[in-house]
Design a protein around this ligand. Sequence first.
Ligand code: ATP
Ligand code: DNN
Ligand code: MG
Length: 222
Amino acid sequence: MKGFFITGTDTDVGKTFVTACMLRTLTDKRIRATAYKPVQSGAQWRDGKWVAPDVDMYRKVINVADEDGCTYLLKTPCSPHLAAKIDGVTIEPDRILLHMRRLQQTHDFVLVEGAGGIAVPLVDESFLVAHLAQLLSLPIIIVARASVGTINHTVLTVQYAKSFGLQIAGIIMNGFSTPKNEIEQENIRMIEAMTNIPVIGEIPHMTNFLRGEIVWRKEWWQ
Ligand SMILES: Nc1ncnc2c1ncn2[C@@H]1O[C@H](COP(=O)(O)OP(=O)(O)OP(=O)(O)O)[C@@H](O)[C@H]1O
Ligand SMILES: C[C@H](N)[C@H](N)CCCCCC(=O)O
Ligand SMILES: [Mg+2]
């Protein structure tokens, strides 16, 4: 079984969007893949039940049963540690580990999406998204914006991940202009120069999902 833990430089940076793009590539290559959102805050009420918006995005590409897509579905759109407290829920990391092990038995490739950025508290200040990546023993992929501000955010995220001893498989930069502009192009170069981590994918801004030229700079699926 192969897999990645998908984290990002921020919330709303495109982790889910990029995960869905990766799922499309995996399914195009007939790889039995799934995506999993262990902790979703900001659940949405739809058709008489609470749903995980990130899992809904995965469903644009693959079928995901409710019980497989998410372990903790929290209502308030805020840090998971607070959303759990508000909902009266205790997040147990071992439950997430068991959920992941179950998915690994039925799939050849599992993409696990964090919540927000890598330093987000899941339980409290002693158990963050970074700790979950450690627990699941998966290499991480960092999703970063293509635009101004991304150099600082990405370098800080890489440093923080390295401080946890996490294996960083690569950076995927998201939201490029078409064609890339000079600033975006230099952002790629400078991020690689400062982090020594390869930018393995370039995702353009797409007005329609998957109507855009994705550039995979590394065959991460192999
Ligand atoms: N390349 C893109 N082209 C067009 N829209 C995008 C792109 N990337 C992200 N988006 C949109 O931006 C918004 C935020 O993206 P997304 O939900 O993937 O962020 P996230 O990092 O997963 O957020 P969270 O921390 O809540 O999980 C979504 O509406 C998504 O559809
Ligand atoms: C609600 C949001 N879309 C995400 N699900 C959770 C983001 C948590 C961010 C916490 C923080 O960095 O302050
Ligand atoms: Mg997401």
